[in-house]
Every structure is written in C-alpha cells, then in structure tokens.
Design a protein around this ligand. Structure first.
Ligand SMILES: Cc1cc2nc3c(=O)[nH]c(=O)nc-3n(C[C@H](O)[C@H](O)[C@H](O)COP(=O)(O)OP(=O)(O)OC[C@H]3O[C@@H](n4cnc5c(N)ncnc54)[C@H](O)[C@@H]3O)c2cc1C
Length: 1002
C-alpha cells in the first residue's frame, strides 16, 4: 500500500471509530458532575487551572481541618471572601454561612478531589487493586499494574519499594489462577500474553541514579530490579520498564539490555521497555534496540508512548541553555509516533509492540499499518490509561480486542501527584482527548495526517542574529551528562591533567613570568601525596614590582575605548569556553569539586566575562541628566586605578575571574592574589587573559602568603579598590586596614567584600518533601558544604518535622563519599587539613549542643591521614542560641531546628549576623508572600535550593555581615570599580543656544 492509500485507510478507520462512540465522552469531561464542571472551568480559566492543580498537589499534606480551610482560602477565595461558584457545585453546605459552613465546604471539596483521584487509581492497597482487576478482566480488559510512590530519596526507600513490588507480584501470583484467560484458552491472555503485567519505574529502585554516573546508576537499579524480574519469570508475568525523564533514558535502555540478556532471563521473552515518541532521539533508539535484539537473537517488546514529561523537558532544557530534546510542534510528536510505530511493526518478528495512546488517529494508524504489513495479532496490542478516555477504550475493545489498561495503585499522597499529571494531560490545549471530547473539534482536522499538520504549523524560522554589536547575554549552558561524550570527557581531561602535575607555576608580573624561591605545593585533598603544582610565592618586593607595572599599564589601558576592553574580555570568555572541561578537571584535582560543580564554576567564570563586557558597553554611554535647554549634563564613569583582587579557593575560577574581569573591563589594572589552596587553578587566569590580549601589566598574578604580603598589599597607597571574597574575619580586617590613609595616598580605598553566610532553608508544614529532601541534601553537602551560600541550618515546622527529618537522615546516609573524580560520589574531601581539623571540632561542638542524627564517614580505606575527609553530619535539637546555629562552619555540618510554626521559622532564620542566602519550601501562597517580605537575605529562593546562583538571573550577594558591595553578576556591580563623574556644559553663547532633540523646550 502506498502512503496516500494508507493515509486514506487510516482516516476511514478513524471516522468509523468516532462514529462507533458517538455521543459518549470521558467521565472527566462530564459536566453533570463536580469533576466535569471544575475541569470545564479550568480549561476556560488558566489562572484557576494553575491554582486548582497546585491545590490538588498539596492536598494530601493538609491533614487537619484548619490547614485544609486555610489553603482553600489562600488558593481560591477572592477579595470579597467568595469561593468561585464552580467549587461549590453540588456541595450541600454552599448556602451555610460562617465557619461551620466553611468547614463542611472544605471537607466536601477534599472528598470531591479524592474521588477524582480514585477515578485514576485502581486501589490504595494490593487487596483493592486485585479486586478492581477482577472487575476489569470481567469486562474484557487486560491490565498492567503500576505501583505509585513518592520519589525514592534514600536507599532505605528503594529497599521498601523493592519489597512493595515483590509483595504485589506475590499477591497477583496468588490471584491469577482464578482469572480466566481473556479471549483464549490455556494459561495466557489472547493465547500469548501473560495475565500478570507489571510496570516499574527505574528511579524507584535506586536513590542515587544520575546521568553523571552512568555505570553506577545502571548497576544500582539492576541490583534491585533483577529479583523483581526473576520473580516475574517465576510467576509467568510480563515486566515492563517504564520510561521517565530524559535524564534516565540511556540508563534505562542499558538496564533493559542487561536484564533482557541476563543468563537467568535470556530465554524469557516477557520483558518490555517504553520509548517516547516526543524525543527527537527516539527513531535512533528504536533502531538501536531492534538491531541489538537481532544481533543477540533476543525477542524484545516496546511500548511506544508520546511521552508524559513534555513541559518538564522543555523547561529544563530552556533553563540550562540546552537544545530542546522534544519536538515542539505537537503534530511532530504524532508524526514521529506513526513513523516509529511503523518501524517497530516492520520488525514484528523480533519486537512485540504495545501501542499506548488515546488518540484515535494514532490508534487507527497503528491498526492500518499493522494490517498493511500483515503483522500477526499476537505481535501487537493496545494500551490506555485506567480512568481515562473511556469511550476510546470501549471502541478499541470492539475493534481490536487486545486492550490493556495501565492501572496505577497506591495511596493518595503519590496518587495526587499522579492525578495532577493526568489532569494536565487531559486539559492541555494540544490534548487529543480535550480537542475531541471537550472542544468538539472537527473530526477531519483531528484525523489529518500529522505530517501535513506539522508542515502547516511549523514555526517561522528565527531571524538570523544581527552581525552588528553583541547579542544579548545568555548563561553558558550547564553540562548535560546524558550525552556520552560529556561523560567521557571528564576522565580523559583529568587523566591529561594528571600527566602534567607537579610543574612549577611562576608569578606573572608586567607580562613576565617570575620565579621565586619561596614555593608552596598545592595538593590533591583526596590524596595529599599527589602534588598538583609548586606555586611560586610573591613577597613584598614582588608586590612592589607588580604595583609599579600596574600603575604604568593602567594609564594606557584606561584610555582604550570601552568597546576594545570589552572585546578582549569577551575573547577571554571564548578561550575559557574552549577549555571548559580542562579548566574543570583541574578543579576536581586541586580542590575536590565534583564534575558538575567544577563545570558550573567555569561556566560562571565565562558568564561573568560575557556579562560584564556587555554591561561595560551599557555604562560607557554618558547619560544625559535633566533636559533643561542651554546646558548639557553628562553622567559618566572613570576607572578607579589599581585593584587588588583577593580570591577564595571554593569557587576558584568563577570568583577570581568575576572580580578580575570586572576590574579590567572597567579600565583598572589588577594584582590578583589567589588562595594558596587553588593557585594552580588561579594560574588559568594568566593563560586566558594573556591569550585574549590583556596588555602586560594590566593583569598581574601574585600568589603569596597572607602573613607575608596580605596586609602589605592592602596597605599600599596605589591600591584604590580591594575586591575580596572570603571569611567574615578576614573581610572585616581588610575593611578596617584599608580605611587608614597611608602616606602618599590621595584617595579613600573602596572595599568590596563578599563574606560568609549561615544560610537556612525553611521547610513548611505543607512542603513537597520529595523535592525538599533532595534540595536540602544538595545545598548542604554539595562540594562538601564549602560554599558561602550552602545550607547549614534547616528549620522545619513542627507538624512536618518527623516526616521530613526521617527522610533527610536516610537520604544523607545514602549519599556516597569518596574522591570527587569518581562520578558516583556525592561528597568528596574538604579542601585541606586545617579545614578538616576545624570542621571536626565543630562536629564535637554539635555533639555537645544537640543530638547527632547522621555522622556518615568516608569508607575506612579512604579516610586516612593522606586525605581530608570529614563526616557528613546532621545534628538535631539545635536552637538559635547554639554556636552550631550561629557560626559559619564551611563544611558538611547541617543543623536541624524544630520551629513551632512558620512565624518562628522566619524569626529563627533571621537570627544570625549574616544575610546571604535562604530558602523556603512551602505550598502556602500566604507563607511564600510572608517570606518575600520578612526573610532577610540577599538571595531568597522559593521552592528550590539556595545554592548555584547564576549570573544575571540570580545576581549574588548578601548584606549584614555577609558583605558590603553590590551583587556580583548584577547591574550595579561594575560601578564599584569606577568613580562617577558629571560634566556640565553651558551651551548658551551670547543668548543663543542650539536646541537638542531631547531638550524640554517650549
Ligand atoms: C499504557 C500507557 C503507558 C504509559 N507509560 C508511559 C511511560 O512509561 N512514560 C511516559 O513518558 N509516558 C507514559 N504514558 C503517558 C503517555 O506519554 C501519555 O499518555 C501520552 O503522551 C498521551 O498521548 P496520546 O496519544 O494519548 O494523546 P495526544 O493528545 O495525541 O498527545 C499528547 C502528547 O503529545 C505530546 N505533546 C504535547 N504538546 C506537544 C508539543 N507542543 N510538541 C510536541 N509534542 C507535544 C506529549 O507527549 C503529550 O503527552 C503512558 C500512557 C499509556 C496509555
């Protein structure tokens, strides 16, 4: 059959399908009921839809009448104190006024929503599930059971999920003997399909799966999934591995191959995998799997879906600056589905096909393609979601017979999250079900060949970027470890760096390398005997030399047009981009950063240069002040002179580059003193700036011992700006020292000081714990907690304390500790022996002040005198008066504080001398509003962790004792390196003045 004949047959079959179900609608759109009314209103009113879905999401956490009423009030009640009429539909208490009426109303709303959730869930426990399945099978439907669950954030939870699946399989095994096979004889449904069919989500079986650690993730999941697969085999059941977010796609495919070819399972064909047609890579993945099956001679089974995470994948890609991995025109996904389905059906001899769709065009296409290819019925089946698209499943049963319902079961906490996904799917503008049954779109249009639709709806090509000037600032993309080359690049770059370790790094002054006798070895904190480099140290003589070079070079540099300076800094950004993996690899070795964090550090350095270069162009235009005729007032900036940049080791490239590039692009010259713990990374600046064309003397690299040259540098009269990032003690000392006018000094020094933090995350009683736990662990223990922004206090509202802390503690115990060059490890060594000692002392203070909840150490073989490991520590029972609640530790020590309510949580969060970052996990609109007003920090994060600020988007910096100066990566930052100047010219000569266009004239 040629393609136009096939298309005509598909359309005819689709029409027949529509006719066979004429007048029917899925129950979710039935406006005679509460659900249908509310859905109808949600589809007409986007604002209500967002509120409704968010409310459904938080509902299982509202475990008492007061919090339920409060949230209904916060989400839905308008300024006049009224609920939208649709929410009151069919509720008897609608007319009752006052508190009692409100309570009854709230209970009814909860009951209605729970009923709505139950529509999509076959049961809350195995007994209910088996009971519902009995009924479905009597109606002629097969099933695939899916165990709903919260995200697995710890290995204890993964063990529990394994247990749950084993119990479920056993319960189904016990029940199956009483199930008559559907439409057939013998033991199998339809003569060939196992009666028990179980779907599993890989992420449920291993809490530490992540793209960065491909092999560890595959193995971690496999370890728990293998017993499930073996049990499935024992019971003669089918096991299907669901597909989740793109993050886990390649891991899941590899997992499938390993399970399918496992010696104990290779002769058992009932193992399937899911592919998502909306992903651009899926054609290749389907081909890869089929070819693999042929090569191994192992029959496989693929369920093809369009994909349930479209919004997530799109938003995530946009936020990270990645190519969008999914199609962006809905019809492209439909077309891909038909194409890939066709490919699988062509390979029906080795690949069983499950068509999972509610779209009548898609289903008809599969049916007609299978017919045209002569695919036997045993080689394909249809699947739809339980509780959805009832007319479609009924029509399918009539025409195809082999219909399987995907039946989630589990309790209402994960059930509500599942409900939200289904509601979103049903009400999306693009949804076939919505268009067919709610919007009643034209059938011809709905049955149109998606290739034609996609061509018509293809977006107009983006206009080519203008060649003039620079484009808008964009953050450098985060690394995407789902890409194999990215994963491979790190070990290769680390190995390459390792091959050249131990070399000597000279000073760089006035464009010349200068070696000194005083040298400090910089070592790998995971292996102190590994010397990363020998770094020459500047003494006072070298500082004098560098200052002389800087003073001379700065004069000429300041005269260069800002555009030229900006171009050089942008070239430096380009160079850093080219070397990003190498620059990250050295951080893994010198300071023990994990791959992703090291990459992000270099990315931030690039961002600083790109952003400041553009901002300098903005500031370079003198601004006219006032519009009075007869005079022109120009507001402009000039560089301050010579800057001393004193940088920390924790963001060794980003912060150094940020401060240096800001100083340079504004026309200053720089003396850069890196931390002795990261001076090899710091030398990277020499290479980048030199190659970019920063003139000799404008940038000088002068690592040195603080005790020898620290104060000397700060005191020198030629220095006009000191940009410092580091501890509060050193920062305030610099501020004090710099305030004194030295002999020969003709200006007041400006100090920009980014100092410490004692940052808190607040966990409200309605917080989404799946997210709150993972984000807290990351914010507290990522890079060993050695960030000024790190979370070192988590303040938990009493009502949710036990639930949160239990999961947090187990989550922490599940994190792996070991060298950061191994991508499986979440936490590495701290930066050096003195930090290690200090942190260990704080662990002892924590032990005295509170109750140690977690003290998770590195494996004994690693935790020797040759490495700087400290235990990952969580301490409970902490209140604001404790030292652990007040002092910056700069290590993986997290204080847990139990607050009686949200007001107290905010009060405690604000109870330190610092005000850097903070965060709140809450689903209460009122509490989020209160946090915006009252949580006193420079960077406040709502419903996400409080680390990882991005240039421009989260311009960074705090106040109180966290620092002085404007936010880095923000619009006020550069002006700190300059002096503003206003020039007024009187343009009136003998009563005549030229009138400018923007003059305020008569
Ligand atoms: C039995 C079964 C099992 C399932 N298992 C999985 C699974 O393991 N993993 C998984 O991810 N999903 C799974 N799903 C969910 C499935 O992805 C959705 O139900 C499905 O995408 C809906 O497609 P449809 O053909 O029914 O509806 P349609 O309305 O035709 O398609 C909707 C789909 O189109 C895609 N889409 C929407 N907007 C756009 C756009 N602008 N550009 C491009 N594409 C767009 C999305 O994938 C969306 O879900 C399963 C579904 C069923 C029935």
């Amino acid at each position: 059959m040629d393609t136009s004949q096939l298309d005509a047959a598909i359309k005819a079959r689709g029409k027949e399908f529509f006719t066979s179900i004429a007048g029917e609608a899925p129950s979710i759109f039935n406006k005679g009921w509460w659900t249908g009314k509310v859905m109808d209103w949600a589809m007409k009113n986007e604002d209500f839809k967002v509120k409704l879905f968010r409310f459904v999401d938080v509902l299982p956490y509202l475990d008492n009448g007061d919090s339920l009423s409060r949230h209904i009030d916060e989400y839905f009640v308008d300024d006049c104190g009224e609920l939208p009429p649709v929410m009151k539909f069919g509720i008897k208490s609608a007319g009752i006024a006052g508190k009692i009426g409100g309570k009854i109303m709230a209970k009814s709303i909860r009951a209605n929503i729970e009923k709505m959730a139950r529509q999509f869930i076959v049961g809350q426990n195995t007994k209910e599930a088996v009971h519902s399945i009995d009924k479905l099978r009597k109606d002629g439907f097969a099933f695939v059971l899916d165990v709903l669950g919260e995200a697995t954030v710890s290995e204890a939870e993964a063990d529990a999920r394994l247990e749950e699946h084993m119990e479920l399989l056993q319960a189904l095994g016990n029940a199956q003997s009483k199930w008559k096979p559907l439409d057939g004889n013998g033991e199998m449904d339809w003569g060939h399909a196992p009666k028990i069919n179980l779907a599993v989500k890989p992420s449920a079986f291993y809490s530490q799966a992540k793209p960065r650690d491909f092999e560890g993730s595959v193995q971690g999941i496999l370890d728990r999934l293998l017993p499930v697969a073996k049990k499935a085999r024992e019971l003669g059941a089918f096991l299907c591995i669901d597909m989740e977010q793109l993050d886990l796609k390649d891991i899941t495919i590899e997992l499938y191959k390993r399970l399918r070819s496992h010696p104990d399972l290779a002769d058992y064909p009932h193992l399937g995998i899911v592919l998502q047609a909306y992903l651009r890579e899926t054609d290749a993945d389907a081909k890869g799997l089929v070819e693999w099956a042929r090569e191994k001679n192992l029959p496989i089974s693929i369920r093809l879906v369009k994909g349930a995470y479209w919004d997530y994948e799109t938003v995530k890609a946009k936020q990270n600056g990645w190519e969008i991995p999914v199609y962006t025109v809905k019809a492209e996904s439909d077309a891909a589905y038909e194409r890939i389905a066709g490919y699988i059906l062509q390979n029906a001899d080795i690949c069983h096909f499950a068509c999972a769709s509610h779209n009548i065009r898609t289903i008809s296409a599969v049916q007609e393609t299978a017919l045209s290819l002569g695919v036997p019925e045993s080689a394909y089946e249809f699947q739809v979601l339980y509780g959805m698209a009832e007319p479609v499943r009924k029509g399918l049963l009539n025409v195809a017979g082999r219909v399987r319902l995907y039946c989630p079961y589990g309790d209402l906490v994960p059930g509500m999250a599942y409900l939200v996904r289904r509601l979103l799917e049903n009400t999306a503008n693009e949804s076939f079900l919505r268009q067919s049954f709610a919007d009643e779109s034209d059938h011809d249009r709905l049955l149109e060949n998606p290739v034609t639709t996609a061509q018509r709806e293809a977006p107009a090509p983006e206009p080519a970027p203008s060649c003039e000037g620079v484009g808008p600032f964009r953050n450098d993309p985060a690394i995407d470890f789902t890409i194999e080359e990215a994963r491979r690049a790190f070990p290769e770059a680390i190995a390459a760096r390792r091959a050249s370790l131990g070399r000597t790094y000279p000073l760089f002054i006035g464009g010349k390398d200068i070696e000194t006798d005083d040298r400090i070895p910089s070592t790998n904190p995971a292996n102190l005997s590994e010397v990363v480099g020998e770094v020459c140290q500047a003494g006072t003589a070298e500082i004098d030399q560098a200052i002389a070079a800087a003073v001379t070079a700065q004069k000429e540099w300041a005269r260069r047009p800002a555009k030229e300076r900006a171009e050089i800094i942008m070239r430096a950004a380009e160079i850093a981009k080219e070397r990003i993996i190498d620059l990250a690899a050295i951080q893994v070795l010198e300071v023990g950063k994990q791959w992703d964090q090291a990459h992000a550090d270099v990315g931030e350095a690039i961002d600083f240069m790109e952003y400041y270069a553009r901002d300098m162009l903005r500031l370079d235009n003198p601004r006219r002040m006032g519009r009075a005729p007869g005079e022109i007032n120009h507001y402009m900036y000039q560089p301050k002179g010579v800057a001393a940049v004193i940088a920390p080791w924790n963001f060794p490239l980003a912060i150094s580059v940020g401060m240096c590039s800001a100083a340079i692009v504004t026309g200053n010259a720089v003396l850069y003193k890196p931390s002795s713990l990261s001076s090899v990374i710091g030398y990277g600046l020499v290479e980048i700036f030199k190659e970019a064309g920063v003139p000799d003397g404008v940038f000088n690299y002068v690592p040195g011992r603080s005790s020898v040259m620290g104060d000397y540098l700060v005191n020198r009269p030629e220095i006009s700006v000191i940009a410092f990032t580091g501890s509060m003690e050193v920062g305030t000392h610099i501020i004090e020292t710099a305030a004194k006018i030295q002999p020969g000094q003709d200006h007041v020094k400006r100090v920009i000081a980014e100092m410490g933090g004692k940052n808190a995350l607040i966990i409200d009683d309605d917080a989404e714990l799946d997210e709150a736990v993972v984000h807290t662990l990351y914010a507290a223990f990522g890079f060993q907690g050695q960030k000024c922004s790190a979370c070192s206090r988590v303040i938990v509202v009493d009502a949710i304390y036990d639930r949160f802390v239990d999961r947090l503690v187990e989550g922490a115990r599940s994190l792996k500790i070991g060298p950061s060059e191994d991508p499986g490890n979440n936490m590495g060594p701290v930066v050096d022996v003195s930090q290690q000692k200090k942190i260990k002392e704080y662990v002892e203070i924590a032990r005295k002040e509170g109750t140690i909840l977690v003290e998770h150490t590195a494996p004994a073989a690693l935790d020797t005198d040759n490495a700087c490991y400290v235990p990952m520590t969580i301490v409970g029972g902490i209140t604001p008066e404790h030292r652990i609640a007040q002092e910056e530790i700069f290590g993986p020590v997290l204080a847990v504080m139990r607050a009686k309510n949200f007001d107290q949580a905010i009060e405690w969060a604000n109870s330190t001398r610092y005000a850097l970052t903070g965060g709140v996990f809450s689903r209460s609109p009122r509490h989020l509003e209160q946090a915006r007003r009252e949580f006193n920090v420079g960077n406040l994060y709502l419903n996400r962790n409080n680390v990882g600020a991005l240039v421009e988007r989260q311009a960074f910096g705090g106040f109180k004792l966290s620092g002085v100066g404007s936010k880095t990566g923000g619009p006020d930052y550069l002006i700190q390196y300059m002096d503003p100047k206003v020039i007024t010219e009187n343009t009136m000569r003998r009563g005549f003045t030229p009138i400018a266009e923007d003059d305020e004239w008569v």
